[in-house]
Design a protein around this ligand. Sequence first.
Ligand code: ZN
Length: 302
Amino acid sequence: MTHVRTVLGDIRPGELGVCDAHDHLFLRTPHLPALDDVSAARAELAAFRAAGGAALVQWTPYGMGRHAADLGALSRTTGVRIVCATGLHQATHYDPEVLARLRGGRLAGLFVSELTEGIAGTGVRAGLIKVAGGFHGLDAHARWTMTAAAEAHHATGAPVAVHLEQGTGALDVLDLLCGELGVPGERVVLGHLNRFPDPVVHRRAAESGCWLAFDGPSRAHHATDWRMPEAVRALADAGFADRLLLGGDTVTPAARSVDGGPGMPYLLRRVRQRLAEEVGAELVERILAEHPGRAFGVDWKS
Ligand SMILES: [Zn+2]
């Protein structure tokens, strides 16, 4: 049986509904102002719900302020289903002491326990493993985290979601995860493809069977974000319409709609309509309401 593992328990993929497939309620890193405010997160989720949103996948991994203990109540009070992540981001987002401690243990074991038992005693189970590539390549840290992610995938069935640095390195990531480490393409979700809109690379990546997530808009990536509709259409025209996902990827307080940014509602307020002009409303509805259930719904082994 295929299920999406939400913070309130496992559900059938069809129950997910209109879903923001890559976003953040909470995120803490030395590089950005923190998303750390529970009431702002609740207000943003409520605004997303009011715009027609039903579910959200938070790609915040281990050690970056996920607020696992708050996610159940946030989901219950707003009526938005939430899927949260385990996994590990690039080294630059962590205190070196945290990484030294993790290197001394078994990283795959940490991922598996967060996926099957829960995060830090909260009972909230992660529903995906988030890892990250580097700029046009993979360093030793990326290889270590992806090797652990693949091991945890093989033990549990969990999907693996990948931050592509500036949208680059997609084929290196797929060579490692799918080629060397045996993760099936359909269990890999690549994020940030709008940040490096090379249609040939997008097509090569799609040929692996992986999911391609377009997420934004963002101030930092404004230079390429506007090319998202044509990139989505190119993939659809090439026969990869059923590989596409959409998300908001809110990473700073100022990007939240309740603080004056586009935030989560923008996906449904503007992106949906703009893409409908490009590829038709029917496909856009499938991308929003059907594909996330297929991308994050797996046959859990434990
Ligand atoms: Zn993100």
